[in-house]
Design a protein around this ligand. Structure first.
Ligand code: PGH
Ligand code: CA
Ligand code: ZN
Length: 307
């Protein structure tokens, strides 16, 4: 099939009460792993690339790999620009056939974030491309966070309502206590679900959870067995993630889990089979591990058999 509209995929998820995984890719192995996992579970899927991934492999490679592979499957596949910060990258993504773009101006003052987002919405919507934007800062929620810090970092539900009305965005990423990477929480992992509920009540578009990797014990155990050092790494448990989906999250971004799985696969082969030097044997194992991880995520999000 041709690429599917990200908006159509996420509006359906919102109506039916599940979330769709948005998986970050950097190379061919990852694209294939994600597509195979989604196909096996008959799940819709969003493949996303950051500006860094575009610098690494080129936008043509990124967009064409996804388009070509999507032709051979029957599940809905969307292609998304993750954390777009540069105007030129956003335009390039729209020109290259991405089905949605994120404008991340969440580090700017509210008015500037609104202005930049409005500009992106105008060109994107003209091209039939949907837009995600972010409010608040992605910092892990600490046990001893002060009320002032909580208000400064996390999304303000009133602001969210105004932001959606002023900009006309299609999806909103509200900061509710997650952070990017493998070290999300110093104490007990927790999210501000009360805030999520309020944002949900005040906005009527699909909501996005960033920094959602599980960094779970299975991944960490295997990683450790083959020598990857990740002391103190911690992510979102399946229970927290399921609750977030129950409370209205419809798009869940995963990068870190895939990176850990990739690295672990490579380490395993190099460690166990020192005489192997065929890249296919090394990267093939990485691909298998990534596929397993993506399947785990899809099952937790509830998008299995929604393809
Ligand atoms: C993410 C990924 N990408 O935009 O939000 O977060 O680091 O938790 O995978 P993780
Ligand atoms: Ca941000
Ligand atoms: Zn993110």
């Amino acid at each position: 099939m041709a690429l599917e509209s990200t908006k159509a995929i996420l509006e359906k998820a919102k109506r039916e009460g599940y979330a769709v995984g948005a998986f970050n890719i950097n190379n061919m192995e990852t694209v294939i792993a994600v597509m195979d996992a989604a196909t096996e579970l008959n799940s819709p899927v969003i493949i996303e690339v950051t500006e860094g991934a575009i610098r690494y492999m080129g936008i043509k490679m990124a967009s064409n790999m996804v388009k070509i592979l999507s032709e051979d499957v029957t599940i809905p596949v969307a292609l998304h620009l993750d954390h777009g910060k540069k105007w030129e990258t956003i335009l390039k993504a729209i020109e290259s056939g991405f089905t949605s773009v994120m404008i991340d101006a969440s580090d700017r003052p509210f008015e500037e974030n609104v202005e930049m987002t409005q500009r992106v919405v105008e060109v994107a919507h003209n091209a039939g491309v949907s837009v995600e934007a972010e409010l608040g800062r992605l910092t892990g929620l600490e046990d001893d966070i002060s009320v002032a810090d909580r208000e400064a970092f996390l999304v303000d539900p009133e602001e969210a309502e105004n932001f959606v009305t002023l900009t006309g965005i299609d999806f909103l990423a509200p900061a509710i206590g997650t952070s990017h990477g493998a070290f999300k929480f110093k104490g007990e992992p927790k999210l501000d679900f009360e805030r999520l509920k309020q944002v949900k009540a005040k906005t009527h578009i699909p909501l996005v959870l960033h920094g959602a990797s599980s960094v779970n014990d299975r991944l960490l155990g295997e990683a450790k067995r083959y020598g990857l050092e990740l002391q103190g790494a911690r992510g979102l448990s399946d229970d927290i993630l399921k609750k977030a989906v129950d409370e209205g999250i419809n798009k869940v971004n995963t990068d870190t889990d895939i990176r850990i799985a990739f690295t672990t696969g490579i380490r395993k082969v190099l460690l166990q089979k020192p005489s192997v030097f065929d890249p296919r044997k090394i990267l093939g194992q990485a691909r298998d591990f990534m596929k397993e991880t993506v399947k785990e995520r899809i099952k937790v999000l509830g998008s299995r058999d929604k393809g």
